[in-house]
Structure formats: structure tokens, C-alpha cells
Design a protein around this ligand. Structure first.
Ligand code: PEP
Ligand code: MN
Length: 339
């Protein structure tokens, strides 16, 4: 349930109303002081709260039942875009933020070379996996803590904030020290114990859509994190599994405007894992910008042919530079800046 308050309701009065609602109905309240209006979101079992009774509150302009199961992630609760700040990046604020780097951190030198190159091309965040959830137990599993250390060194050398994937709640402390954004991969989108743990941390979470999960399930996973108190969630469309086998996954571009209508959270697109094919990364990146993506997660490598994972979808550094020029043109067309 949400209560839209009359314009100009003073903050202390909003707090009084929240206290009253919590006491009377045993729910949690979330006041949002937006640019246009002040809203109180009620979370908990609101099914038995009589709307007519809440409408009696003098400052209540409108009372609405929120049908969707996600509340804190719902745009009805928070009409303005959420802006997630990561270093100098303002994700969700009419910009296209480019996060690029290798699928996996392989050596210290490799991540330093790539970090430097993607920064020079205009990327403002660095990606790199240290704990790799691979389909085969015999495939490269990542450098783990050592990989996170190299990422930290790359951040020190370039100033780029770093994003890396967590696979287990026991890694949270380590990630708090080493990364700026914690990535939840497609395979863990519904690892609810992990999501609950990440609800307790104060660090942005990049939440990737599971390859067999609906938009509503993605928003419910965001809700898990947000209900714990961590409201800094970035959603990421990375392709879903369909009957089509010509690409690694099928990029669901309609998810981008849909998510932005349903939710106030920023939305990234990962054209690399969506397609699995290097030559499709530039056109899918352009399409993602056109449908309103707030950022792109792109795999780039100094030597894709020798990459220990996902070489076929990784751009080399020259290709990445070309793509950045293209993205800047497309972003300008949408009235957005890159970075
Ligand atoms: C990744 O970004 O490195 C990754 C493994 O992606 P996904 O979880 O989308 O497969
Ligand atoms: Mn990868």
C-alpha cells in the first residue's frame, strides 16, 4: 500500500504519520521525499488494512494498494529514478555508464593492461571475475582472493571502481574490502541466502537476471536485497534461454524499458553474455542504449584468443575503442553522456 501525501506536508508530520501507521497496523513504513510528492510506502501484511480508514488521515491525498509482490523495488513506491553512485559515476542519472574488462582476472599484468586501455577509451568502471561459476568443474575457476587483490591494484593504478562476482555468502567480508560493486551472477539470482546477506551490506549490488527467470522474479530478487536495507541495486539484463541456439542466450531488450517502467532501479545490459559472439556485441550495445539502458557491462581482453574464459565474446582492445566511439554517438542521440 502507498499513501501519497498532500504537497507541503512537513517532515515531522510525515514521521508522526509513519509512527502511527506502524503502531496501528504492525507494518514497516518507508517515507520517500521525492521531487514531486511525498509518499509513504507500507510493507508487510497490508491486506487487512482498510483503505477507507487510512484515507481519513488529513494529509493523505490518495491511498493505493500495490498489487505487485515487489514493493521497495516498485516505481509506485519511489517515482524518481534511483541513482546509484559508484566513485564519480551516477548510475541511473541520464548517462550511459560503461563497465568493461575481462571475463576473468588472469594475471596482475593482464588486468592492469586491460584496465588502463579501457579507461583510455572512456570506460568508467572495471569488471573482472575472481570467483568464476563455470559450467564445467574442469574449467578455469578464477584466481579467487588473489584475483580480487589484482583488481584492487588496478583500481589504485587507474582510479576505476571495480565490479566482481560473489558466489557465496562467506565471501562478503572479502568483497567489502576489495570491490566497489558486488555482482550477483545469473546462476545466483535466486540464491536467497546470498541475497539476504547482501541486504545487510552497504555497497551497491549489480544483480544479473537468471537465464530462466522472469522480470517479476528478477524484481523479487532485488526486493530480497532491498528488504534487508540495501537499496543500492542495479539490475542487469544478460540474455535468457530460449529455443534459439545461434546465440549463447537471447537478449531480451524489452526487459529494459519494462524494468524501467516497473521499477526505479537503474538497468544495465550485458551484450557479451547475451550473445556469446564478439561480432554481435556492437549492434546489441547500440540497441541497448536505444531502449534506455543506464549502462553496459562489456567483456574486453588484450588477447581474446588466449582468454581463459569467454574469449569468443570478448572484444579486443581496438574493437573496444571503436565501440566506445559508437556508443558516445548513440548516447548523444538519446540526450545522454557516456560515463
Ligand atoms: C559474468 O559476468 O562474468 C558472468 C558469469 O555472467 P552471467 O552471470 O550473466 O553468466
Ligand atoms: Mn564471462
Amino acid at each position: 500500500m502507498i499513501i501519497i501525501l498532500k504537497n507541503g506536508t512537513p517532515k515531522p508530520r510525515v514521521e508522526d504519520i509513519c509512527a502511527l501507521l506502524e503502531k496501528k497496523y504492525g507494518v514497516n513504513t518507508h517515507p520517500i521525499f521525492g521531487s514531486e510528492s511525498t509518499i509513504i510506502g507500507l510493507v508487510g501484511d497490508t491486506s487487512l488494512i482498510p483503505v477507507a480508514e487510512v484515507e481519513m488521515i488529513e494529509e493523505a491525498e490518495r491511498v493505493l494498494k500495490v498489487q505487485e509482490p515487489y514493493k521497495r523495488a516498485n516505481r509506485k513506491f519511489h517515482p524518481d529514478n534511483t541513482i546509484v553512485e559508484v566513485g564519480a559515476n551516477r548510475i541511473g542519472d541520464r548517462r550511459v555508464v560503461i563497465c568493461a574488462g575481462p571475463c576473468a582476472v588472469e594475471t596482475e599484468e593482464q588486468i592492469l593492461v586491460i584496465a588502463d586501455a579501457v579507461k583510455r577509451c572512456g570506460a568508467t568502471m572495471l569488471r573482472g571475475g575472481a570467483f568464476k561459476p563455470r559450467t564445467s568443474p574442469y574449467a578455469f575457476q578464477g584466481l579467487k582472493a588473489e584475483g580480487l587483490l589484482y583488481l584492487k591494484k588496478a583500481r589504485q593504478a587507474t582510479g576505476l571502481p571495480v565490479v566482481s562476482e560473489i558466489t557465496n555468502p562467506a565471501q562478503v567480508d572479502m568483497f567489502m574490502d576489495f570491490v566497489d560493486v558486488i555482482q550477483v551472477g545469473a546462476r545466483n539470482m535466486q540464491n536467497f541466502e546470498l541475497l539476504k546477506e547482501l541486504g545487510q551490506v552497504r555497497k551497491p549490488i549489480l544483480l544479473k537476471r537468471g537465464f530462466s527467470n522472469s522480470i517479476s522474479e528478477l524484481l523479487m530478487s532485488a526486493e530480497y536485497i532491498m528488504s534487508g536495507g540495501n537499496t543500492e541495486v542495479i539490475l542487469c539484463e544478460r540474455g535468457i534461454r530460449t529455443f534459439e541456439t545461434a546465440t549463447r542466450n537471447t537478449l531480451d531488450l524489452s526487459a529494459v524499458p519494462l524494468l524501467k517502467q516497473k521499477s526505479h532501479l537503474p538497468v544495465f545490459v550485458d551484450p557479451s553474455h547475451a550473445s556469446g559472439l564478439r561480432r554481435l556485441v556492437p549492434p546489441l550495445s547500440r540497441a541497448a542504449v536505444a531502449v534506455g539502458a543506464d549502462g553496459l557491462l562489456i567483456e574486453a581482453h588484450d588477447n581474446p584468443a588466449q582468454a581463459l574464459s569467454d574469449g569468443a565474446q570478448s572484444l579486443d582492445l581496438d574493437q573496444f575503442g571503436e565501440l566506445m566511439k559508437d556508443i558516445a554517438r548513440r548516447a548523444a542521440f538519446e540526450g545522454k553522456a557516456v560515463g
